[in-house]
Design a protein around this ligand. Structure first.
Ligand SMILES: C[S@@+](CC[C@H](N)C(=O)[O-])C[C@H]1O[C@@H](n2cnc3c(N)ncnc32)[C@H](O)[C@@H]1O
Length: 191
């Protein structure tokens, strides 16, 4: 769908998410960014860590071409059930498991796009996750802008993550003061 429109599934997902008090879905700005990036990877292979209720999945799918595929991993089956119920698209494979286990069991896989929206792949197993990004591929994280309610340990975690990403030799990164605060990284050619 090419336009400023919101993917059809989102309203239903948000209604169902409300019944489970699930409030961690990405906002429209992050969704739009994910959709644009997804559109730049024809025939791409995508990974999302942290399906949640499927809002970000719907945005990514909206940008993906017909032959692209996405795996979306979530530990909480009840919340991922919303995504399964609302998104009917053969390009997505929903996986219900711990994201850390998924990473450790799939280290040989290579992705054009990884949206790391949960603890594993972001605050731990970062090196392993970055190794799963293809040359020219994207690694994307959000929720980096400090929020008053964050405990001190979380502030430290975010600071460490940003510093680590900024220090990477094999990625170009950009910090975006957009939505909840994102970092977009692309893997350079190692040769
Ligand atoms: C920020 S929410 C995801 C939101 C979703 N990507 C979106 O933007 O619509 C993070 C999700 O990670 C899930 N989660 C937490 N720990 C996890 C783990 N170890 N493995 C997989 N998923 C996990 C939570 O249940 C939650 O649904």
């Amino acid at each position: 769908m090419f336009s400023g429109t919101i993917p059809d599934e989102i309203n239903k997902i948000l209604e169902m998410a409300k019944t489970q008090n699930f409030t961690m879905s990405c906002d429209v700005e992050t969704g739009q960014l994910l959709r644009v990036l997804a559109g730049s990877k024809p025939n791409g292979v995508f990974l999302e860590l942290g399906t949640g209720a499927g809002v970000s999945t719907a945005w990514i799918l909206d940008g993906m071409d017909k032959s692209s595929k996405i795996i979306s991993v979530e530990m909480d089956e009840a919340v991922q059930h919303i995504a399964r119920a609302c998104i009917d698209d053969e390009r997505v494979q929903f996986v219900a498991m711990d994201g850390g286990t998924f990473i450790e069991e799939n280290l040989e896989k290579q992705f054009d796009f990884i949206f790391a929206d949960t603890w594993p792949g972001k605050y731990y197993l970062l090196k392993e996750t970055l190794s799963m990004v293809k040359t020219g591929g994207f690694y994307i994280v959000d929720d980096l802008k400090p929020v008053d309610s964050w405990p001190a340990e979380h502030r430290e975690k975010v600071k460490d993550l940003v510093e680590t990403l900024e220090g990477l030799k094999d990625f170009h990164i950009v910090r975006l003061d957009w939505s909840t605060g994102l970092i977009l990284a692309t893997k350079g050619d190692a040769s």
